[in-house]
Design a protein around this ligand. Structure first.
Ligand code: PBG
Length: 328
């Protein structure tokens, strides 16, 4: 017999033992589900690039909220899809805008659902960019005034947390001041802090009809060659008053999640985006991978990297798999 003092396999001997020594624990309380709300009536339409995900009109939102509550997923992030768009994205701050209406409905009918709003202009602008244009460029400082106004409008309509995803400089401070001035100093901000310019958003842009009409978002979203810059963005947002910082996308950015979570003392969220979902769906449909196993493995990897919170289109499935003891 070989004289081995350490045998790592000792702790791998049974399922019971393996589960005891797991280093990463998951909870469905840490999951957020993105919901697409579309102006109109009687709408429940599947998103072609994201099989299993739907756009709902407000009158149909109960369908998805019931399913979420049954699965024990109580936190959602709202995305609004307006019927009409204009240059200044006015649908985003209209009193009776789609997101405001959806928030009112959710607050009245499903108060146990926690309401987070994505705050961006790209779903509302006719040009599909995340702010106000000056020529072909998004004007940073003009956009800040709009973002602040949208944040207050969302909060007054019932948002419980604001999640700005536009990537303008100084927006967390602008939003924080506007919320405070409106008497909403208790409302937390989860900033999309390290948000990379990513082709993994492709299916979302189909879902939200928010692809830019010209150019791309590289002038405001981050270059994926950069790591220190991700940390800089996170630290800056915290300085400006962010309560939670997000890294997005998740899977190709585990190093950024690691880096940020090691450096900050606020909770770190990761957004496993539409392209990550679509890839797994497509490969599973083709029979190349086992969907449940791959979703579990990838979700655990995101938490293992240091995320505290996961925004995912697989939230309901993950909650079930956590319950079943498959992971967690
Ligand atoms: C809005 C926004 C986007 C996503 C979240 N908020 C799209 C984008 O930046 O182009 C992407 C989400 C996903 O791909 O699942 N700016």
């Amino acid at each position: 017999m070989t004289d081995l003092l350490h045998r790592e396999r000792r702790l791998r001997g049974s399922d019971t033992l393996r589960k005891m020594v797991r280093e990463t624990r998951l909870s469905r309380e840490a999951l957020i589900y993105p919901v697409f709300v579309k102006e109109g009536k009687n709408i429940e339409e599947e998103i072609a690039s994201m099989p299993g995900q739907y756009r709902y009109s407000v009158d149909r939102l109960g369908l998805i909220f019931d399913r979420l509550l049954l699965a024990g997923v109580k936190r959602v992030m709202f995305f609004g899809l307006p019927e009409e768009k204009d240059e200044e994205g006015s649908g985003a701050f209209r009193h009776d805008g789609i997101i405001q209406t959806a928030l009112g409905y959710a607050q009245d009918r499903f108060p146990e659902i926690y309401r987070i709003t994505d705050l961006c202009m790209c779903e509302y602008t006719s040009h599909g960019h995340c702010g106000i244009l000056q020529g072909e460029d998004v004007d940073n400082d003009t956009t800040l005034d709009y973002l602040a106004r949208i944040a207050v409008s969302q909060a007054e309509a019932g948002a419980q947390m604001i999640a700005p995803s536009d990537m303008m400089d100084g927006r967390v401070r602008a939003i924080r001041s506007a919320l405070d001035a409106a008497g909403l100093s208790g409302l937390p901000i989860m900033s999309y802090a390290a948000k990379y310019s990513s082709s993994f958003y492709g299916p979302f842009r189909e879902a939200a009809g928010s692809a830019p009409a010209f150019g791309d978002r590289k002038g405001y979203q981050m270059d994926y060659h950069n790591k220190k810059e991700g940390l800089k963005e996170a630290l800056r947002d915290i300085d400006e008053g962010a309560d939670i910082v997000m890294v997005k996308p998740a899977l190709s950015y585990l190093d950024i999640i690691r880096e940020v979570s090691g450096a900050v003392v606020v909770p770190v969220a990761a957004y496993s985006v539409s392209g990550e979902y679509a890839m797994i769906k497509a490969a599973a449909k083709a029979g190349f991978i086992d969907e449940a196993n791959v979703v579990c493995e990838t979700a655990v990897s995101i938490f293992r990297a240091g995320a505290d919170i996961l925004i995912t289109y697989y939230a309901m499935e993950l909650a079930k798999w956590i319950d079943e003891g498959r992971i967690g």
